[in-house]
Ligand binder design. Structure first.
Ligand code: SF4
Length: 324
């Protein structure tokens, strides 16, 4: 059974870690709770860190001369520069991090659809197109990592993509720490099918790097590989690419299965293509054959289990299908 490296996640502190919201409450989140045994959380509340107490008068994003500022209407305070300075200091000091879970809709932590006001007065018309100031700084510095809001993570597809990136990048961080070409070769080999599903074009560029015919120093190769890994995992795997990988894997058993077994698998694949069953249905069929025929290459492939099995839940809010 694969052992997963423990990812480190920076998380909005109000998501169950402290009662630090403006109104003195906390908002525990079931998915955040479920992840606890498998990750290391670094909770942070940007608004408390810049000296706003609990409870506090709420802050909001206000357009001043077309520039978004972070204001506290009740006191007239402008905390924009304080927030920027805190975010820069905090994020610069972060060395080991694999992802972020931020509180949605907050003028500090929200990554999308945050209210932007046209003035501080009550009832001022607003748009919903903003981004929190702390979240903006996170995305500028760590946009290559999985950064999500707790609300979007109730969507099955978004959650699966988040977890796959998170655990793959945590595994890679451990490879990087060894500085070993052997470990890089192992990582690349174990993730071959996952990378094939995510981005064949990046995979084609990563292979020659790992082969390292020019005998470049390992640190240089690993750094270049990491950049391609970030790009490869930036967008969710396409359904057709996943089907190609499953067909490729089926090829390992083509002379071992009966025609009825193959037909059953191809039927499951068709249902997956038609969005009638999740990827886990054809994957679990292959999993049975991998175990039965003791296929060593496939049994190491992260594609079949990119994150701990206990975290696989098929619940889906049906919301947040926009992955952008
Ligand atoms: S959303 Fe962010 S800034 Fe607001 S209370 Fe939660 S952690 Fe603090």
């Amino acid at each position: 059974m694969k052992l997963f490296h423990r990812p480190t996640i920076v998380i909005s502190q109000c998501l169950g870690f402290a009662a630090c919201r403006y109104n003195g409450v906390t908002i525990p989140d079931p998915f955040v709770e479920q992840l606890k045994p498998y990750v290391t959380y670094l909770p942070v509340c940007a608004e408390v860190e810049i000296g706003l107490g609990v409870p506090r008068d709420p802050i909001r994003i206000v357009l001043i001369n077309n520039e978004p500022r972070l204001l506290q209407p009740a006191t007239g305070a402008d905390v924009t520069e304080k927030m920027r300075a805190f975010a820069a200091t905090y994020l610069t000091a972060l060395t080991e991090v694999d992802g972020f879970i931020l509180k949605g809709r907050s003028p500090s932590c929200g990554i999308k659809d945050v209210k932007v006001y046209r003035g501080v007065e009550k009832g001022t018309a607003s748009t919903n197109k903003g981004r929190g100031f702390f979240a903006q700084a996170v995305l500028e510095r760590f946009g290559h990592l999985p950064v999500e809001e707790e609300g979007r993570l109730t969507n099955f597809t978004i959650r699966e993509h988040f977890l796959t990136r998170l655990f793959t990048l945590a595994d890679f961080r451990a490879v990087k720490a060894t500085g070993s070409m052997g470990e890089l070769v192992r990582f690349h080999s174990d993730n071959k099918l996952l990378l094939m599903a995510y981005s064949e074009s990046q995979l084609r560029l990563m292979g020659p790097l790992v082969a390292n015919r020019e005998k470049k120093p390992p640190a240089e190769v690993i750094a270049a590989y990491e950049t391609h890994l970030w790009k490869a995992l930036a967008h969710p795997a396409r359904r057709t690419a996943g089907i190609n990988v499953l067909m490729h894997a089926l090829g390992y058993f083509s002379d071992k299965l009966t025609s009825a077994e193959k037909a059953y698998f191809l039927d499951a694949l068709e249902k997956y293509r038609a969005e009638k069953v999740p990827l886990s249905v054809p994957v679990s069929l292959l999993g049975v054959w991998i175990a039965r025929f003791k296929e060593p290459y496939l049994s190491r492939q992260t594609f079949f289990a990119p994150y701990p099995e206990e975290l696989v839940t098929i619940s889906d809010s049906g919301k947040g299908r926009d992955l952008g």
